[in-house]
Design a protein around this ligand. Structure first.
Ligand code: DAH
Length: 345
């Protein structure tokens, strides 16, 4: 019987170590200290034990019982404490204010491009795109700017260091969206009406009014009997839809190698109504785009007979529009990725 008591003590101790829940602990208590447990039945049957063994066995059994009861209480305390601690740790203060969601939004440039394209789509123009890494041929040559043409100086060009498989075909980052005109005319027969938004690149030191990357929207219409009147009507209507129905438009001569004649289009200043202010540089006019009648050489180069067809083309800077509208004083803000700026639109 003494052996039994010792065995119970060792076993109970070992099992207790593995117990981590109140339920397990309770069944442990029933097993080792309950009325039907070995230990209690030993104590109950002490009367049957020979007198000389009784004292020692009784003392030992009571000692084990006391120690198990003590262990039981201590373990119970430990489990309760850890439960309490995890409750404390996982506590949620439901009175705290919630975290607002950060909503994304379209970039100001994207929104402006969509606005421009929507206006032209409403006039029957289709939206097309071209590559940003472009052959010199499309960016210059096909646009009536052969090598050594002085107009190339106006485009600070980023050349791409790339040896074409055939050799000798220089590549660059397109300096304007005009090459998309050529790509379109090579693929499609007139009537053509397209607008082509996209990024363009210039090899330029940046400052408040210069970025090495910005966006343009190009436009092209080619058909029979297209005249300067179509150009004026279309672009005048565009300017009014974008800047307000009572805008006035001014057309002046300008030079671009790929059009003849070329024009520069301005609207009367929407800030001062043409009186002259800071926004329009006191001139009363704000230039918004370049345009012209597609040069016969350009048409011919794309396999379109200039005696049968004519067209007009235009190109505009995208960032310039919100710059004017919102009085943004630094173009670098557009691609500086400062959310404090971008979130305002
Ligand atoms: N590509 C010209 C530029 O980047 C803008 C331009 C002017 C485009 C006249 C045209 C045009 O299509 O007809 O400065």
């Amino acid at each position: 019987m003494t052996d039994q008591v010792e065995e119970v003590s060792v076993q109970a101790n070992a099992e207790l170590q593995k117990i981590s829940s109140i339920e397990e602990l309770e069944s442990w208590r029933v097993r080792y200290l309950g009325r039907k447990s070995k230990l209690i039945s030993v104590l109950r049957s002490l009367g049957d034990v020979p007198i000389d063994e009784r004292r020692e066995l009784g003392a030992r059994a009571n000692q084990v019982k006391a120690s198990l009861e003590e262990l039981y209480q201590a373990h119970k305390g430990k489990i309760e404490l850890s439960k309490h601690e995890s409750l404390e740790r996982d506590r949620i203060d439901v009175t705290l204010p919630g975290q607002p969601y950060q909503l994304g939004r379209l970039h100001l440039t994207t929104r402006t491009i969509r606005e421009i394209c929507d206006i032209f789509a409403g006039m029957g123009f289709k939206v097309v795109e071209g590559p940003e890494v472009e052959w010199e041929y499309y960016n210059f040559e096909a646009l009536n700017m052969p090598a050594e043409h002085p107009a190339r100086d106006g485009f600070a060009t980023l050349w791409v260091d790339y040896e074409a498989p055939g050799g000798g075909r220089p590549m660059l980052m397109r300096t304007h969206t005009s090459p998309v005109q050529i790509r379109t005319m090579e693929k499609e027969k007139p009537p053509i009406r397209v607008v082509a938004p996209g990024r363009v690149y210039r090899y330029e030191a940046t400052d408040a009014t210069h970025e090495w990357m910005f966006s343009q929207v190009e436009g092209l219409a080619v058909d029979r009997n297209i005249t300067m009147a179509d150009l004026k009507g279309t672009l005048f209507e565009f300017a009014r839809r974008l800047f307000g129905q009572d805008r006035k438009c001014r057309f002046r001569c300008d030079y671009f190698p790929f059009v003849e004649p070329g024009v520069e289009i301005a609207i009367d200043c929407f800030m001062c109504g043409g009186k002259g202010c800071r926004l329009c540089g006191n001139s009363g006019w704000i230039e918004i785009l370049g345009a012209g009648m597609v040069h016969p050489e350009v048409l011919r180069g794309c396999g379109i007979d200039p005696d049968e067809y004519s067209g007009f083309a235009f190109g505009m800077g995208v960032e310039r529009i919100p710059i004017l509208r919102y009085g943004i004083d630094d173009i670098r803000l557009f691609y500086g990725n400062d959310l404090r700026f971008l979130k305002q639109f």
